[in-house]
Design a protein around this ligand. Structure first.
Ligand SMILES: [Zn+2]
Length: 59
């Protein structure tokens, strides 16, 4: 069974890298260097703040 997992980086639709045959956790990202947990977190925050500042301005 091949469950095609997609990279979880916002906007990325590339397939996640296949799991290591020797074991280990399944990657949630594709093989692009910039796509990892940290960059995904930052990108999500950036998108969130971009949307926010667009909708509500407190000043
Ligand atoms: Zn990706």
């Amino acid at each position: 069974m091949t469950a095609d997992k997609t990279c979880i980086y916002p906007g990325c639709e590339r397939p996640a890298v296949p799991p290591n045959p020797l074991g280990g956790p399944r990657a949630s990202f594709c093989d692009l260097e910039g796509h990892n947990a940290l960059s995904t977190h930052k990108e999500r925050e950036r998108l969130a703040s971009a949307t926010k500042s667009d909708q509500e301005e407190d000043q």
